[in-house]
Design a protein around this ligand. Structure first.
Ligand SMILES: C[S@@+](CC[C@H](N)C(=O)[O-])C[C@H]1O[C@@H](n2cnc3c(N)ncnc32)[C@H](O)[C@@H]1O
Length: 484
């Protein structure tokens, strides 16, 4: 498989990438100055940073053959090619020492051996060098040159034919070679158990099967790749998705913050990017606290809260989420700590929550209400207006709410506080804290407003107005969310 070309690399300028014309061309256009000399590279430091230069050069070495461009049916063999890299002939007994001393310039890529045998000479080995770092015998640093000299190894470069295959390429390198030149290449995905989910652009769609296969090949454990189309079910927050490659099994198993979850990813909401937020909120709880999770999904707040010693009422309108929530409670052995409901959020607040709150308010345990439906939850806060009779009014142990909202405003903090205040009919200015959860899309933030429900809101006043706040039907559908 390996063959040595015993030719000095001082001829590099003209002979170097003879086996890989395309790469030669790529190198020239990407980094070589107009006269084409590799030695001139270092004299143009301002044109390109070292880091940039190295990454350009590295990707040029690992650029797939041009013939794969436009491929829609994955042919792994078509990625095989031979490139020529510089090599040093090193006696076996000093090999370890030199590998250490030359580690910055030695070829480094998982799956590629950088030390190879020399035909009919068992005393020597060839140390393969990275052509992006070593182009002539003068390319070595002072320390490297010294190490070579003290170990009696002449700075004589040889050419070595290196066989690169599909397996040696990263997914991005494969896709960059296949997809239309100049258009963006995606190899990014979110992983949910065995499922990788991607968000392909229009120009990538014709390559979806190939992209899916490459993602599976390069990511052990991924056995199904789906593309989430740009529409999100406005009520249940699950994406429409199509399987690009692999098995059609959508039942994923994941671990998050010490708990295990199973669910049908195509029918419920799950976002691995929320794990830190789940952890943050659960971290606020003390043993014995009460958690009322209005939009519980499959349980990523409710279950760790119960595991931490809270008693939980968890609700979700989506029957599938509710089913998996119950399943996950059992899976994590907290079914006795979590009571589940399959209701609309307002009905949950005005039903089970209203029923339980009077006795909870008399107790010592803190009550936390979690409302994670960022497109709509702030509007659901009106369900707390006048929820309890004035006669039950107390100053202590009022529920603490953690309510999520998206904002596209310049001042998202102010925006969500204003919208929460509007819903409650009471200003939260100076009475709440706001946490930036994550940037969901350019110019769109997910925020969390935390506050203690003011008693003026929770307890019914004499005015009948607060009692009769109807849910505007349009609110539940008003959802332009497409990316989360
Ligand atoms: C953004 S997800 C959050 C799920 C979970 N709490 C989490 O953090 O991953 C919102 C959840 O609210 C549920 N949902 C949507 N509209 C609802 C409503 N009107 N009442 C109750 N649940 C609703 C959806 O089914 C979904 O599971």
């Amino acid at each position: 498989m390996w063959r040595i070309i015993p030719r000095s690399l001082t001829l590099l300028k003209t002979k170097y990438y003879v086996k890989s014309h395309y790469q030669y061309r790529f190198l020239c256009s990407a980094v070589l100055p107009p006269d084409g000399t590799l030695t001139n590279l270092v004299s143009h430091p301002k044109q390109m940073t070292d880091q940039h230069q190295n990454s350009e050069m590295e990707s040029s070495l690992y650029t797939a053959p041009p013939g794969v461009r436009g491929m829609t049916c994955l042919d792994r063999e078509a990625f095989t090619q031979t490139v020529i890299v510089p090599a040093l002939r090193v006696p076996k007994e000093v090999l370890n020492q030199l590998v250490k001393s030359l580690k910055k310039v030695a070829l480094q890529r998982p799956g590629i051996r950088r030390v190879v045998e020399v035909e009919s000479n068992d005393n020597d080995r060839l140390l393969l060098l990275d052509p992006t770092s070593v182009s002539t015998p003068c390319s070595f640093s002072e320390a490297e040159a010294e190490a070579l000299q003290s170990n009696g190894v002449p700075r004589e470069l040889q050419q070595y034919e290196l066989r690169l295959t599909y397996d040696n390429l990263k997914s991005e390198e494969v896709l960059r070679a296949v997809l239309p030149e100049g258009r963006d290449v995606t190899s990014g995905f979110s992983r949910v158990g065995h499922i990788a989910h991607m968000n392909l652009r229009e120009h990538q769609l014709p390559y979806r099967t190939l992209i899916g296969q490459v993602i599976m090949d390069k990511n052990p454990g991924v056995t199904c790749v789906v593309n989430k189309t740009n529409t999100i079910d406005s009520t249940y927050r699950n994406f429409k998705m199509e399987v690009m490659a692999g098995e059609e099994n959508m039942v994923a198993k994941v671990r998050e913050n010490g708990a295990t979850y199973e669910f049908d990813f195509s029918r419920v909401y799950w976002n691995p990017r929320l794990s830190t937020e789940h952890e943050r909120v659960v971290g606020l709880l003390k043993r014995g606290d009460i958690v009322l999770d209005v939009f519980a999904g499959v349980g990523p707040f409710a279950i760790p809260a119960a595991r931490r010693g809270s008693t939980v009422l968890a609700n979700d309108l989506n029957p599938e989420s509710h089913r998996w929530l119950q399943h996950n409670c059992k899976l994590n052995k907290v079914e006795r700590k979590v009571t589940t409901f399959n209701l609309d959020g307002r009905a949950f607040i005005r039903g089970p929550v209203k029923q339980e709150l009077p006795s909870l308010l008399k107790g010592d345990a803190s009550v936390h209400v979690v409302m994670n439906l960022p497109a709509l939850a702030l509007e659901f806060l009106d369900a707390f207006r006048g929820l309890l009779d004035q006669g039950l009014c107390c100053d202590v142990n009022l529920p603490q709410v953690h309510c999520y909202g998206f904002s596209k405003k310049d001042d998202p903090q102010r925006d969500v506080v204003e919208r929460a205040s509007d819903s409650l009919g009471f200003s939260l200015e100076g009475r709440c804290s706001v946490h930036l959860v994550r940037n969901v899309a350019p110019n769109k933030e997910m925020m969390c407003v935390s506050f203690t429900i003011p008693k003026e809101v929770l307890f019914r006043s004499e005015s009948p107005q607060t009692e009769t706040i109807e849910e505007p039907a349009s609110k539940r559908q008003k959802c332009d969310e497409t990316t989360d």
